[in-house]
Design a protein around this ligand. Structure first.
Ligand SMILES: Nc1ncnc2c1ncn2[C@@H]1O[C@H](COP(=O)(O)OP(=O)(O)OP(=O)(O)O)[C@@H](O)[C@H]1O
Ligand SMILES: [Mg+2]
Length: 252
């Protein structure tokens, strides 16, 4: 029996002038899977995530979600299709609090005076945000402080919670634990675990941290100079094997 992958890319290619950031990359992600995307700096990892999340358009190749071909024009298109992304550069609004950031651009409205739809429903947004924070086990010193008062690690956990809150089928994470301390890394890895356990979901996580990869992933994809050079089940490989693919030692 063949299952339909949550995400499938076919021959995805992205060039910037003479730079081939991504070359003919075909991957599949199935529901319930956490897949790591690894590779050296400049290998094309963020480029792949940006193509799938609609923030850049591939030069060629196709993307399928649940078997259906998609052509995202912008990140909003991808979000509407249930694809959530936590980027390397977090997109948080500093002066907003956590619920404000979770609902950024997707605010809930209620009917105001004379029945006009248009007043922000802060109470409903706070309640739903709180529920997600609790469901995903994130901990913050003050939920209603502006995120600019938070540490880099705490802000990362806010962005992760937002992704998990909205992600209907696919969560793309670009180095969610880079620059995080032990506590915040643990929090991020727990959110990944809880998101996966919600059932019909897939996660693609970029990471340079092999320990984190080994903690949460089922499968590892290795990019090298824009090419997919390995697709390995964690149970069939070792960290040093993966590193050999990353550095190209396997090509020698
Ligand atoms: N907007 C751009 N214009 C020109 N070249 C780009 C652009 N974005 C990425 N590149 C190039 O594409 C290649 C892949 O970059 P990408 O950001 O995907 O790498 P990465 O694997 O995410 O690296 P890192 O681990 O450092 O984040 C690099 O050579 C990079 O310089
Ligand atoms: Mg990157």
């Amino acid at each position: 029996m063949s299952r339909t992958p949550t995400l499938r890319t076919v021959g995805l290619t992205k060039s910037y002038g003479s730079v081939e950031a991504l070359v003919n990359v075909s991957i599949e992600l199935f529901s319930g899977e956490v897949v790591a995307l690894v590779g050296d700096n400049g290998a094309g990892k963020s480029t792949l995530v940006k193509c799938v999340s609609g923030s850049i358009f591939p030069s060629s190749g196709e993307i399928f979600l649940e078997g259906k071909k998609v052509e995202f024009r912008n990140p909003g298109d991808a979000r509407s299709a249930g694809v959530e992304t936590v980027y390397q550069q977090l997109a948080l609004v500093d002066t907003f609090d956590i619920p404000g950031n979770i609902y950024l651009g997707r605010e809930l409205k209620k009917r105001g005076l004379r029945g006009l739809l248009g007043v922000l429903d802060r109470k409903a947004m706070r309640a739903a945000a709180l529920k997600s924070i609790e469901d995903f086990g994130a901990r913050f010193p003050d939920l209603y402080a502006a995120v600019e008062t938070m540490s880099g690690g705490q802000r990362q956990v806010v962005a992760m919670t937002r992704g998990a809150h909205w992600g209907k089928n696919l969560l793309l994470l670009d180095e969610p634990t880079a620059a995080l301390g032990v506590r915040e890394s643990k929090s991020v890895l727990e959110i990944i675990e809880k998101f996966r356990n919600q059932g019909d979901k897939s996660i693609l996580i970029i990471s340079h941290n092999m320990d984190h990869v080994w903690q949460v992933c089922d499968r590892i994809l290795v990019l090298r100079r824009g090419h997919l050079v390995a697709d390995l089940r964690k149970s069939d490989t070792t960290k040093s094997d993966v590193v050999a693919y990353i550095t190209g030692a396997h090509e020698a």
